[in-house]
Design a protein around this ligand. Sequence first.
Ligand code: GLU
Length: 498
Amino acid sequence: MSTFDLQKTLSSPAGPNPKEVRVRFAPSPTGHLHVGGARTHLFNWLYAKHTGGKLILRIEDTDTVRSTRESERMVIHDIASINLMPDEGVEQGGPFAPYRQSERQPLFKALAYRLLDEGKAFRCFCSDKMIEEKALAAKAAGKLPHYDGSCTFLSKDEGDKRVAAGEKFSIRMIAPQKDYTVHDLLRGDVHFKTGMVGDFVVLRSNGMPVYNFSVVVDDYFMRISHVIRGEDHLSNTIRQVMISEAFGWEVPKFAHISMILGTDKRKLSKREGASSVTDYLNNGYLPEALVNFLCLLGWSPHEGMKEVLPIQTIIDNFEIEKLSRSPAVFDDDKLAWMNGEYIKAMDVKELAQRIKPFVERAGYNPDIRGEEWFLGVLATVRGSLRTLTEIGPHLEIYYADKFGFENDAKAMLATDDAKKVVQCFRDEVVKNKGVNNEQDLTTIQNTVKEKTGIKGKTLFMSIRASVTGKQHGPELKLVLPLLGVDETLRRIDASLSL
Ligand code: GLU
């Protein structure tokens, strides 16, 4: 655990440095990384890579009820599992450590008291319950649920007395009543009318800062230049700008990225089912494919560019201003398609390493006949996969203990023509000592055709059904050499005695 040096932090240069891009992803750790959070992290990562800047992973764990260390570990692990490592963070360390907000409490406290000393904030002795009741009453009367000012003008003496009597207080900032305009790199000028925000708490009575306060303080002292985050935070920006203004600090540049919707047009975060990075990886999605897909939720390639792109191309072409302002749609089908494209294009040895756990999970031993054999098998089935989890059924034909005849294959094999073909095929396979390559199969099939006078679909499908038990599957010229002569003959015999 890095210890926090308040004096050093307060006396070090702070605020955005025009010469350096520093962005951050600032999750509140409350579970696995959701794909929406992963997209926010990714856009920050892309911008840092594009500009040669730095990405900071800051853990916003000041909500002690909801944040856990276990969740923090999960988020850090999820980010690593999609290969989007930050430059600075809880694990990496860095010049602005600690990167966990709960360890920076003295800073928030010192700054909240600075506002208090400067008369920009006041001690508020109202309990949460009282505030809630007053807000409800205001709402019922058709007014905005702003703080009613009970403690705003308490004298210092009165306040001191209540503190001495053991009363707890929060520090509440006086919200300046004027119009604000915030520039957003994606949305242009965003206007906030006067009166939208009432006096708000910056430091809770338990000594913890509220999100709007700690985020501004840390962004300033960590020298964040650009805040790239979800559109749902746009409404928070006004309070954050008020706080920066109270301290006389320069604000970072803001970019609020669009929401992600499901194909049902509901907000993705509200839908059930697989929605965390871990879920997708466990369900057989490749990190590269997931990342490529997430890029397209807001960023678009130039005209004429493909959508399946190396990450370096995306980095090179990434511009915040060009991100889409309208909601992005998370289309699971498109993700599955893209994943399939990655599976097809991946180096087969690499694919073998990645898919082995899924093969084992499906009940198959990938090492049963050696590495070359497994690579051969994989080459024949990978074209049919959209996710790694789909591998199981495709392996059936290659494993003696899983082999069986499907009903339509059985029906086909029951015909006289099929029996003739299969018997003749058997004889030729024996003569040839197996089907060892494509040429063998062509020659044998031609001989069978000549000898039986049967050709076309009946010829090919009978052979396929007898050796694979199915009517469809990978090319036989690839399957038969992988089966080997003994297994091929065993299946032919089984098919003849159906
Ligand atoms: N902790 C906030 C969240 O998880 C961060 C928001 C921000 O990026 O400012 O939503």
